[in-house]
Design a protein around this ligand. Structure first.
Ligand SMILES: Cc1ncc(COP(=O)(O)O)c(C=O)c1O
Length: 434
């Protein structure tokens, strides 16, 4: 296939000049494989970008989207709706933690985060508590790229070029500490870091804080698993102070931790859950926010009868093709027992990845469920070795996510145990040569 002109498309979160000099073009995909422009088959070690757990090229999803586009290509989402939006919200309510059964649709994880933050503000205002405008986020968090999400995130490179962000945001410390290295699952130390929320309460006044937002497992900064007791403590402090707890489950949602949501794996129920990515198995952009019924009801009931309750939404909210893709995806997850399969495969990933210790300049390995982070020793310039490794992995036949100097693996749930071991073997061959 002829290479396209690479000059017009500005790639997101990419080294554009390096890409143009040495492109990694993916031209097709099936199951757990990509095919690149040279016809090479590559293993997909990260489920696309954490969004294709049921494997690529699912005909059920393609047919559902195609049928929907012929049947109802678009319905305006403001003051109108279509049946599939309600059907999908109902299906999600069935797999979400009990009580979180009011669902608002968006088109990405970033929009889900904005919606969650705005929903929290609207809730407090509806209850006559409009002074609660502060948010608490966390260092090393990733909550997307829009201004709200950026402000509660904790990644310097994502923030430093873009001004001051939202006012009134403070950050808790991240949960990783050196005594946790080469562990797997929840570290036994670090629960006390949840007291950083208490410090924010003591400093700013709990009655000024609208919400605290965390990823149950920080994904994009390298799979930081919450210490035992940490999320429980966070929930306790939030509840004691009337602060809404938001779990950003954009990566952890839909089976990555062995349950539909990490909230269920960790047995801690927040007030709001954001989700996106695997909602449509990556086929169509879509995100969603699940609100605890009481949060939703407070906003709805505060508005005058007949009036719009929440001045928020997107042209593509609950787009018919996205709803069709999501409904088909949830059916696949259910029919094929893929969340259970994820739990079943997790020990294979765990064992294979932990065996990498000593195979090269690896300083830590962490993980939970079908999500693993492998830290490489920096070569002096943070991220330089990571980028070199990303390219070497690609050349060796593996698509992985590399963030800074951390390799992240998140295999599709339809991968076989052998394929998971093959993915890790490719990592081994590359890090051994460093
Ligand atoms: C936890 C979390 N929140 C939000 C986002 C942003 O999602 P999107 O890229 O769909 O806007 C991501 C993306 O990786 C994420 O991991």
């Amino acid at each position: 296939m002829d290479n396209p002109d690479l000059s017009h498309h500005w790639l997101p979160f990419s080294a554009n000049r390096a890409f143009a000099a040495d492109p990694r073009l993916l031209v097709s995909a099936d199951g757990v494989h990509y095919v690149d422009a040279g016809g090479r088959r590559l293993l997909d070690g990260v489920s696309g970008l954490f969004c294709v757990p049921a494997g690529h090229g699912r005909p059920e999803i393609a047919s559902a989207v195609s049928d929907q586009l012929r049947h109802l290509d678009f319905a305006p989402p403001f003051q109108f709706a279509h049946p599939d939006g309600f059907a999908l919200a109902g299906e999600l309510a069935g797999i979400l933690p009990p009580g979180l059964d009011r669902v608002f649709f968006v088109n990405s994880g970033s929009e889900a985060v904005e919606t969650a933050l705005k929903g929290a503000l609207a809730y407090h205002r509806a209850r006559g508590d409009a002074g609660r405008t502060r948010f608490v986020g966390r260092e090393r968090a990733y909550h997307g790229v829009n201004f709200g999400g950026l402000s509660v995130s904790g990644i310097v490179r994502n923030r430093e070029a873009f001004g001051t962000g939202l006012p009134g945001v403070s950050h808790m410390r991240a949960t990783w500490s050196p005594d946790q290295v080469f562990g797997w699952g929840q570290p036994s130390t670090g629960a006390d870091l949840a007291d950083d929320l208490q410090r924010a309460v003591d400093l700013y006044g709990g009655s000024n804080i609208a919400a605290v937002i965390v990823e149950p497992i920080s994904g994009s900064t390298g799979v930081l698993v919450p210490p035992e007791g940490y999320l429980e403590r966070l929930a306790e402090i939030a509840a004691a102070n009337g602060i809404l707890l938001i779990f950003d489950e954009v990566i952890t949602g839909f089976g990555r931790t062995g349950h539909a949501f990490a909230s269920q794996s960790f047995a801690v129920t927040p007030d709001i859950i954001t989700m996106a990515k695997a909602l449509t198995n990556g086929a169509i952009p879509m995100g969603a926010v699940a609100f605890r019924r009481g949060v939703h009801d407070a906003v709805i009931e505060a508005a005058p009868p007949g009036g719009i309750e929440f001045f928020h939404g997107y042209t593509w909210s609950a787009h018919p093709s996205a709803c069709a893709a999501a409904l088909a995806t949830l059916k696949i997850y259910r029919d094929e027992g893929l969340f259970e399969r994820s739990a079943h495969l997790a020990p294979t990933l765990q064992q294979a990845v932990l065996d990498l210790k000593g195979a090269g300049p690896i300083t830590d390995i962490r993980g939970f469920g079908l999500l693993a982070g492998i830290d490489l020793e920096t070569d002096g310039v943070p991220g330089r070795r990571g980028f070199a490794v990303l390219k070497q992995l690609f050349n060796a036949g593996l698509v992985a996510r590399v963030t800074n100097d951390t390799i992240i693996l998140a295999p599709p749930f339809v991968a076989t145990e052998t394929q998971i071991r093959e993915m890790v073997d490719i990592v081994r061959s590359v890090v051994a040569g460093l």
